[in-house]
Design a protein around this ligand. Structure first.
Ligand SMILES: [Zn+2]
Length: 526
């Protein structure tokens, strides 16, 4: 939780239904959010990163019953499996919330009571009659169905009639438009999602059901024991529970509003329309930003549990390495649109950018420093001149600026492109200056020292730049270069300056950073 001196940065991901284990698409969202969280820590921000599981789904209860398990025991088991997956993928969350946590149940009740009591009649009792997709756990209007079926699942929704509690969403139309277009124009990104949401709001909002009747698995409403909170409302409230709402008001005041909710593009209506309206109604601030990412397709097709074409991210990580998996997803799939996962692309990209790219640079640099200079990075009287020539020729200033802009805009793929401009520049520099040749002439030892200084110093900077995406590789570069402290503790504002390489360091030659991948012929999705 934010306690330090930096700028508060509260980032969340969507919480996941606990009825199946995480797949590659789920992992993509968490890795993307993790990269942003780690980058913000390098910026010196006081980051609070919240993730969790959505447990009050009827699908979760159903799955537990199928397995002959108590729903709560089943959720406990699944939460352990989710957390094990996230730890394996190096996701650096600060808190893992579960919607069956007592603190969350209390927060939901407090929040809904606050709306109920606000004197404006924002919650009222009515009859719901209409379509409901159990898989989505969502209410559908006739016009939103695809040929009478759920647009997501393609299955026929149920026609339900029940007495529900409603939230007066309709009255927030103008306030939402004003918030999105005037007060906080950066609220929804990317632009395409923002336009979609504005169209939905301008098309008119209907009041929404916020409860389910005759359901036991859920959080009973504080003003009606016979109904439970609709699972989506229950889920959204996790973001304020996680910030301290209902348990620690001081922490809540410091933490809320969220700086960004990272979610999939399919759940923007809940986050960009219903959620801000509920918060206003309860007298709270809306989130500052909702970032909707796209989906990772598998060999060109949507991953589908029904078709058995979902990949287990842990199995992929076992094959290619955690860092390579994280790098691939972040470099290949821009965080604001869809992208494709194929084993061919993974192998080609990881071998080109990682094994032959930064990994090879590190291996050559450390080998030469060990061989020619007994592991010492020397600073000669001419080192500054030699370095400045490299900095200018490589346009390093532009690349670093572009890197920061990419990360600030939550587009790690753009930041990585800039980092790899530096990788390419260093590669050309070594090819052009040929230190391995001039090292044969003892009279040119200072010239070799200058070239190797540039190599080592550039790799030190690259280690910091890749740390948010590949924390393991960054730490390994740091240790092979014999640098003091931890790469995680560096600062993106001051530690990217050239000439920081300490002279007393001892460079060693370690294991290859990225072994070449030989995973083809293609391994089929299970
Ligand atoms: Zn559905």
């Amino acid at each position: 939780m934010p306690t330090g001196s930096g700028k508060k940065f509260f980032i969340t991901t969507a919480i996941d239904y606990a009825n199946s284990t995480p797949h590659l698409g789920t992992a993509y969202e968490k890795i993307g959010a993790d990269v942003i969280a780690r980058y913000r820590r390098l910026r010196g921000d006081d980051v609070y990163f919240l993730m969790g599981n959505d447990e009050h789904s009827l699908n979760v209860e159903k799955r537990a019953r199928e397995l002959g398990k108590d729903p709560q025991a089943y959720c406990d088991e699944m939460a352990e499996r989710f957390e094990a997956t996230w730890r394996r993928l190096e996701i650096s969350y600060d808190r893992f919330i579960r919607t069956t946590d007592e603190v969350h149940k209390n927060a939901v009740r407090k929040f809904l009571q606050a709306i109920y009591d606000n004197g404006k009649g924002d919650i009222y009792k009515g009859h719901y009659e209409g379509w409901y997709c159990v898989s989505c756990e969502a209410f559908y209007q006739e016009k939103d169905l695809a040929g009478g079926n759920c647009p997501t699942h393609g299955t026929k929704p149920e026609w339900i009639r029940e007495q529900n509690w409603f939230f007066k969403l309709s009255k927030f139309q103008d306030q939402l438009i004003e918030y999105i277009t005037k007060k906080n124009p950066g609220f929804i990104q990317p632009e395409m999602r923002r336009n979609e949401i504005l169209n939905v709001i301008r098309g008119g909002l209907q009041d929404v059901s916020i409860s389910r009747a005759g359901v036991k698995w859920g959080i009973p409403l504080p003003f009606d024991d016979w109904s439970v909170a609709y699972v989506w409302v229950d889920a959204l409230i996790n973001y304020i529970t996680g910030a301290g709402y209902g348990t620690d008001e001081e922490r809540f005041r410091k933490t809320w509003p969220a700086d960004v909710h990272v979610i999939g593009k399919d759940i923007t209506r809940f986050h960009c329309i219903i959620w801000p309206a509920l918060l206003w109604s309860a007298g709270l601030e809306p989130p500052l930003k909702v970032h909707a990412h796209g989906f990772v397709n598998l060999q060109g097709a949507k991953m589908s549990k029904t078709l058995g074409t979902v990949l287990d991210p842990v199995e992929v990580a076992e094959k290619v390495g955690v860092d390579a998996l994280r790098y691939f997803l972040m470099a290949e799939v821009p965080f604001d649109r869809d992208g494709d996962f194929t084993w061919e692309r993974v192998q080609d990209r990881c071998n080109a950018d990682l094994a032959n790219g930064i990994g090879n640079l590190l291996a050559r640099t450390t080998a030469m420093i060990v061989r020619y200079q007994v592991g010492i990075v020397r600073k000669t009287p001419t080192v500054r001149e030699a370095s400045e020539s490299f900095i200018n020729n490589s346009h390093m200033g532009d690349a670093l600026e572009g890197y920061r802009r990419g990360m600030d805009e939550m587009l790690p793929s753009r930041a990585l492109e800039q980092a790899w401009r530096i990788v390419a520049a260093l590669d050309s520099f070594i090819a052009a200056r040929k230190p391995f040749q001039i090292a044969k002439d003892p009279a040119r030892a200072d010239e070799v020292a200058d070239i190797l200084y540039v190599c080592a110093e550039t790799l030190r900077i690259l280690a910091i730049l890749i740390q948010p995406v590949m924390p393991g590789a960054a730490a390994s570069i740091w240790s092979q270069l014999g640098l003091p402290g931890s790469v995680d503790a560096q600062r993106i504002d001051s530690d990217l300056d050239f000439f920081k390489f300490p002279e007393q360091g001892r460079v060693t030659k370690g294991d290859p950073l990225f072994p070449r991948l030989e995973i083809l012929p293609p391994v089929d999705a299970k």
